[in-house]
Design a protein around this ligand. Structure first.
Ligand code: MGD
Ligand code: MGD
Ligand code: SF4
Ligand code: MO
Length: 741
């Protein structure tokens, strides 16, 4: 086809970073397929990648800013939109102080080069302590345990999937989610390869998931009991003398304290509560230790629950005690090409939490944020410091956060709101003005976040596949225009502010030259003089990074130019041992028994005696959905309805219901009417509803999603049910009562 061209890039919809080939004719997408020459994904894509075409063409996707009027949303010009947004936010600050503006950053901002680099600038300009994100509805507990153990919130070991002989998966369903806190395209094939080479994949999950089906073993576990199970594994490992810390041995601290702790959790003590027999726990511990290499991996089921931080810590305690940390086939630290911080940790600057505290429920700040479970409190509770204006960027908290009934009330009550988003959905319907970013295929990207968690070191720069519509600012330009307006610098042009930011980042990254002999800030600034925006910052991060060219000092190293010359991506090899360079704790050790974590064990112990509710609710994901925001693409929602309440046939029988019947599901905070789907893949006493549905609420302008509305599980999720240590939402394990209709 003479007029067709292909653009090679990554898909930004989930963490797997699959390479895609976007075939274009004129300004129209002909098709999207896997990039066969991508060294990481080797042609694999899931059905969502093709939906990027639907997203590009979706008539409901905003291509121009809109403002709210009595007659609904009306399109406006960009100048007016910026003036309205900056004016409204500035007014709230002027009248009520900096903390009167609340900010929520959603999940797609982690997948965007532009918001990863310019989001922090906007936050700085806002100078508010009322910062929230999807992190506290997701991986915050893991970040907390990683910071306490290893000294960095992103210093999270990932299973070395391609070399391991034994993978223990808790609370993750990577065959469907495509992996999380583990960037690994085509996880299914990589897991099948473990089994094919004689290894084991063991899945611990209250549902026999798609991942469990290809595993060598699956065990049901009672929701919320992973920390107990994992500590019992450690108990056996230590008790039977199977512990041999290997390379980590010389870097750990508080080992004897950790050994004393695990001594208290013998399998017999936890078995009934976990729903896993003591002899099974013993066998799993022995087999894990007997394997040539093994990795323990936990995800949403282990973080979005009552003991999220304890479970996250215990996952890595298993990795350390079994001698699998930082060795091939074990749990290893990635070596990302572009990195701020994690490539050169500075021991002695321990993570500090609680630099400020939330006003209503007294949560400590963590990583500059407060838990989203308390956002409604901060908006609704009157008093000094109350949120009077909201800014959301790439987030849909009124769908995705706990107790959305109350959060919707809060968003309806907040006097002024700005959204940076391209849909009018459950959250943005409350905005006074919405600023739409370009569609994902219309902008460039590089995954600065998720390569920190990649199971292989790779680097791929993605150019835009399609031009932006006339007048459409780039996403970084939107964020930076807001930032400079909020700093009272609206009159200064964007390029000048951007130069200033680039110099500040360069000074921070290079400082005294870092590991590069004689490198100066001026040399770097001069070398990137032809670049601007995210491309300039990315070039800097790549060139001074772990695999960088040091501005010509290492000729084999990478730069933006190298990546542009390799459109399919650059393979930087299998993971390497990174101890002790990655450690950033105060004393440069791996803390096996951090004080905060040890302090939370009492709460865990109390759970052993607590009464078990008759039914608890957990979540689930589907290959053709992406949290709350891809249901307006027809290919994503076709087929039979997926928003069903999964229930064990025995439980359904006791209630007198069968598949297709409807049940009233009620929790402390709300109730929904759900359609029943019986299956013995779910543990008795546990029911499951997926999140991201319930699109039929008033004001949502998503025509396709509305036809496939489903119900919102987060009407049931309790904003008081949290992992106490981190404040993270406990979506899994919510007690519910079921009533047949
Ligand atoms: N198709 C698709 N892919 C996605 C997403 C999506 O919405 N759709 N979302 C993306 C995002 S933002 C994320 S964070 C990742 C999440 O990635 P994953 O964590 O792999 O996602 P889930 O499929 O929710 O898997 C969680 C599992 O935990 C189990 N579980 C629930 N409670 C417990 C418990 O107490 N203990 C244990 N051991 N297991 C429990 C559930 O049954 C479920 O199988 O997926 C990403 N990928
Ligand atoms: N019950 C339950 N609730 C959950 C979960 C669960 O497992 N169970 N999972 C939780 C998890 S892991 C997560 S990550 C959260 C997700 O929670 P959120 O991040 O709040 O929600 P998303 O559904 O990801 O919504 C993303 C929003 O960003 C917009 N958007 C998409 N791309 C872009 C872009 O490039 N730029 C901008 N500016 N906007 C964009 C979309 O239109 C949408 O409005 O949900 C959490 N909620
Ligand atoms: S797994 Fe699917 S959604 Fe995730 S990056 Fe790959 S193609 Fe995109
Ligand atoms: Mo997530």
């Amino acid at each position: 086809m003479p007029d067709q061209r292909s653009v090679f890039r990554i898909c930004t919809l989930c963490e797997a970073t699959c390479g895609i080939e976007v075939v274009i004719e004129g300004d129209t997408i002909v098709t999207i397929r896997g990039d066969a020459e991508d060294p990481f994904s080797r042609g694999y894509i899931c059905p969502k990648a093709y939906a990027l075409k639907g997203l590009q063409e979706d008539p409901d996707r905003l291509r121009q800013p809109v403002k709210r009027t009595a007659a609904g949303f009306v399109p406006i010009e960009w100048d007016e939109a910026f003036a309205l947004a900056i004016g409204g936010l500035s007014r709230a600050r002027a009248e009520h102080g900096d903390n009167a503006v609340g900010v929520y950053l959603g999940n797609p901002s982690a997948h965007s080069l532009h918001s990863m680099l310019y989001g922090p600038v906007l936050l700085k300009a806002l100078a508010t302590q009322q910062v929230y994100s999807a992190s506290s509805a997701d991986q915050l507990p893991k970040m907390v345990s990683a910071a306490l153990m290893f000294g960095g919130g992103l210093t999270i070991p990932v299973p070395d999937l391609d070399r391991t002989d034994y993978l223990l998966v808790l609370g993750g369903n990577p065959v469907v989610s495509n992996g999380s806190l583990m960037t690994a395209p085509d996880v299914k094939k990589r897991l099948e390869a473990i089994v094919a080479r004689g290894g084991k994949v063991v899945v611990i999950d209250p549902r026999r998931t798609e991942t469990a089906r290809i595993a060598t073993e699956h065990c049901f576990i009672r929701p919320g009991t992973d920390a107990l199970f994992l500590l019992a594994l450690c108990n056996v490992i230590v008790g039977e003398g199977l512990d041999d810390l290997g390379a980590a041995a010389e870097h750990v601290s508080h080992l004897s304290q950790a050994r004393d702790i695990v001594a208290r959790y013998c399998p017999e003590r936890v078995a009934a509560r976990c729903g896993i027999a003591a002899d099974v726990i013993r066998r799993i511990a022995r087999e894990l230790c007997a394997a040539d290499s093994a990795a323990c991996y936990g995800r949403i089921g282990t973080t979005c629950q009552e003991f999220g931080t304890l479970a996250s810590w215990a996952v890595d305690l298993v990795n350390v005690l079994s001698g699998n940390l930082d060795r091939p086939g074990g749990a290893m630290f990635a070596g990302p090409a572009a990195s701020r911080g994690a490539n050169h940790q500075q021991p002695g600057r321990a993570q500090r939490f609680g630099r400020w505290r939330s006003r209503v429920r007294d949560f400590p700040e963590m990583f500059g944020e407060l838990p989203v479970s308390t956002l409604a409190d901060e908006i609704l509770e009157p008093g000094a410091g109350q949120i009077r204006a909201m800014l959301t960027v790439a987030g849909n908290p009124v769908s995705s956060a706990p107790n959305v009934g109350r959060l919707a009330e809060a968003f309806a009550a907040v006097p002024f709101m700005v959204a940076v988003d391209f849909y009018i959905n459950e959250t943005t319907r409350f905005a006074d003005v919405i600023l739409p970013p370009p569609a994902p295929l219309e902008r460039d990207t590089y995954d600065v976040a998720l390569y920190h968690l990649a199971i292989r070191n790779v680097a791929k720069y993605s150019p835009p596949a399609l031009p932006k519509p006339a007048g459409q600012p780039d996403e970084w330009e939107i964020l930076l225009t807001l930032a400079k307006g909020l700093m009272g610098q609206a009159a200064i042009d964007l390029a000048t502010v951007d130069d200033f930011i680039a110099r500040a980042l360069t000074e921070r990254e290079i400082g005294d030259g870092g590991r590069w002999e004689g490198l100066t800030v001026d040399e770097s600034m001069k070398a990137s003089a032809s670049l601007n925006g995210p491309r300039r910052l990315l070039d800097l991060m790549l060139r001074v990074g772990l695999h960088g060219d040091g501005y010509g000092r290492d000729v084999g190293g990478v730069s933006l130019a190298t990546l542009e010359a390799n459109p399919h991506g650059v393979d930087l090899g299998a993971l390497q041992s990174r101890l002790p360079a990655v450690l950033g704790t105060a004393d440069g050790t791996i803390d096996l028994a951090p004080e905060l974590i040890v302090g939370d064990l009492e709460r865990l112990d109390a759970s052993l005696a607590a009464e078990v509710p008759s039914h608890v609710l957990i979540g689930r994901r589907h290959l053709r959905s992406n949290n709350s925001w891809m249901h307006n693409i027809r290919e994503m929602v076709k087929g039979k309805p997926r928003c069903t309440l999964l229930i064990h046939p025995d439980d359904a029988g006791a209630l007198g219901v069968a598949s297709g019947n409807r049940l009233r599901v009620a929790s402390r905070v709300g109730e929904v009417i759900a359609t029943v789907e019986t299956s013995d893949e779910i543990m008795p006493g546990v029911v499951s509803l997926p999140h991201g549905w319930g699109h039929d609420v008033e004001g949502v302008e998503l025509s396709v999603a509305r036809e496939h509305a489903g119900v919102n599980v987060n009407v049931l999720s309790d904003d008081r049910a949290i992992d106490t240590l981190s404040g993270n939402a406990a979506f899994n394990g919510v007690p519910v009562t079921l009533t047949a209709l």
